[in-house]
Design a protein around this ligand. Structure first.
Ligand code: ADP
Length: 577
């Protein structure tokens, strides 16, 4: 039943009559609206308009003893009005405070960098141990001493030995520098503070410095502990270097870092580890005694190292008993620890996708291809293009097989991967790689092999039908030939280093020191030597391939048929086995 009575068709006189005859149960008078509501015994309500100060209704009600109540809606209206007003005020207040809070947040963000510290929180109870780090035994041994110090500092202090305050880990990315630092903290059971140096550098001058202070203050509270600063070259570059002088913020941060390191009490128990792959650009003040005075090189792992790193990462993955990790270590020269970990992981993913239970050589092979060459693409349908790619790749492979100083062929394939329509893979000579020494003969062989693809196109399709498919090869040739001439002294220009290794100005070298240190005529001579080397190499490749057209045709037929030729099969078909 609706609470509000409906205006009714009941007339005033009818109402009076019904009141008098006692048909109405009760009456509600609403003077403010000049209305009376008649409520019938069945509950129906009817509203009838009345006069101002109507006496008739009152008298009728009195005479028939009908209960009559007077409703003062003004009070109700006043209450409703009041509530409405309070609501409005509340909405305004809430809206205002929301706006104020928002603008305060924006202001904080813009101006409160110093206070918005990145989380300087130590990690306790790290589960990484030295046994999780493989293949870099020298570095590990050096750092074991640090663990002993953190565990039993008294032994060292009693003998008056000073423990290095800062250890600089130098090596290419992914070789396990972070892992080593974590392993030290894990072995010694001490808190581990880790930060990337780039986190120190902010838009506002002084923020980085305050972060450094904060980091060291927190670390001292938790001593003994380890602070690890990754990519220290981001703040530790030579001061005053770069285009237009230095960067104030970075320099202040570096100064603060130096100050904090000086402020360490001897044997305070805080050991600072930092990692970089550009030790050459670090400010000399950082590496002087008393600061990062110990430098540990963490290089790429050798074959044995790679095998043990693979073993570490195979511990948690079901490996088929047929897999020989040594052989995989042999096939992954130049891989870093992180890349080997990635190889194992990709193989595990592939195994899961193929719904198998154990990782076999097949999955490792797939993972290796994926990492080195990118995702596999759909095989080519266009047979003319396929044939051209096949000749190009066979050109590389055959030249390599014919040159005693070239790397050993691993396989040649026309299955496209990544951007390559096909590719030839070599197995670099392990000894050469480990010793880090490259002979002039092997450099020249590399040039000839790299140009073998272009040579095959010339021999088979003629000088006008060569393609731009060799552009990647040409870039490699230009780079290697330039290094041979300007850095290794492998050319007629004599044993002079005319250029250093790539020193980009943005990595902390001065713009002006970039000017070549030779005369213009020497520059011309360099260009000529590079071009001569490339030309000779192409001629040599063409000379090797032209008399062997029949062998090439045979190999190309086999390659198109079988898609991939491994070393032994290739040598057999080439008649070189
Ligand atoms: P870096 O700090 O030198 O760039 P990381 O320590 O971050 O390299 O290495 C990344 C990952 O690669 C590690 O978490 C680990 O899984 C793997 N890894 C790298 N080097 C090794 C190694 N020597 N032994 C075992 N695993 C390694």
């Amino acid at each position: 039943m609706p609470f509000v009575s409906q205006p009714s068709d009941l007339s005033y006189s009818q109402l009076l009559e019904q009141i008098r005859s006692g048909d109405i149960a009760s009456l509600e008078l609403v003077p403010a609206r000049r209305e009376v509501v008649a409520i019938f015994p069945d509950g129906t309500r009817r509203t009838v308009g009345i006069f101002l100060n109507d006496q008739q209704i009152l008298r009728a009600a009195e005479s028939s003893a009908t209960p009559l109540t007077v409703k003062d809606i003004r009070q109700e209206q006043a209450m409703a009005g009041l509530l409405g007003n309070i609501g409005l005020v509340l909405i305004v207040v809430i809206g205002l405070s929301f706006l104020l809070r928002r603008s305060a947040q924006v202001a904080n963000k813009a101006l409160g960098f110093a206070r918005s510290q990145p989380k300087v929180k130590p990690q306790d109870d790290l589960e990484v141990r030295f046994e999780d780090v493989a293949g870099i035994n020298d570095a590990k041994q050096e750092l074991e001493e640090v663990v002993t110090f953190l565990k039993q500092p008294e032994t060292f202090i009693r003998l008056g030995a000073k423990i290095p305050r800062g250890v600089l880990l130098v090596g290419p990315p992914g070789t396990g520098k972070t892992l080593l630092a974590r392993a030290i903290a894990g072995e010694a059971g001490v808190p581990f503070f880790s930060m990337a140096a780039s986190e120190f550098v902010e838009m506002f001058v002084g923020v980085g410095a305050s972060r450094v202070r904060d980091l060291f203050r927190k670390a001292k509270e938790k001593a003994p502990c380890i602070i690890f600063i990754d990519e220290i070259d981001a703040v530790g570059r030579q001061r005053g270097a770069g285009i237009g002088g230095g960067n104030d913020e970075r320099e202040q941060t570096l100064n603060q870092l130096l100050t904090e390191m000086d402020g360490f009490e001897e044997n305070s128990g805080v050991i600072l580890l930092a990692a970089t792959n550009r030790a050459d650009v670090l400010d000399a003040a950082l590496t002087r005694p008393g600061r990062f005075d110990r430098r540990i090189d963490v290089g790429l792992p050798d074959r044995k190292g790679r095998s043990s790193i693979l073993a570490v990462h195979a511990r948690t993955r079901p490996l088929d008993s047929s897999v020989d990790l040594d052989q995989w270590a042999q096939r992954t020269p130049g891989f870093s620890g992180a890349e080997l970990a990635n190889l194992m992981n990709e193989a595990a993913i592939l195994t899961a996708r193929q719904e198998r239970n154990f990782i076999t050589d097949d999955q490792l092979e797939g993972a290796l291809e994926r990492i080195t060459m990118g995702l596999s693409a759909r095989p080519l349908q266009d047979s003319a293009k396929k044939r051209l790619i096949a000749y190009h790749e066979i050109g590389h492979a055959l030249v390599a097989a014919l040159l005693p100083d070239a790397n050993k062929l691993d396989k040649v394939t026309i299955l496209p991967r990544g951007a390559a329509g096909g590719y030839t893979r070599f197995m670099p000579d392990e000894e050469k790689l480990d010793s880090g020494l490259i002979t002039k003969a092997s450099c020249r062989a590399d040039l000839v092999v790299t140009l073998g693809g272009r040579a095959a196109e010339i021999v088979v399709f003629g000088p006008l039908e060569i393609t731009q498919g060799a552009s990647g090869d040409l870039q490699m040739v230009a780079q290697l030939a330039r290094e041979m001439v300007t850095r290794f002294g492998f050319s007629g220009l004599g044993p002079v280093a005319l250029e250093g290794p790539g020193t980009e100005v943005f990595l902390g070298r001065d713009w002006f020191s970039q000017r070549p240190g030779y005369a213009e005529s020497t520059g011309t001579a360099i260009d000529e030597s590079i071009r001569a080397l490339a030309k000779q190499s192409l001629d040599q490749a063409v000379a090797l391939l032209s008399p062997r057209r029949a062998v090439m045709d045979r190999l190309v037929e086999a390659l198109i048929e079988e898609e991939t030729l491994h070393h032994d099969r290739f040598m057999l078909l080439a008649g070189l086995a």
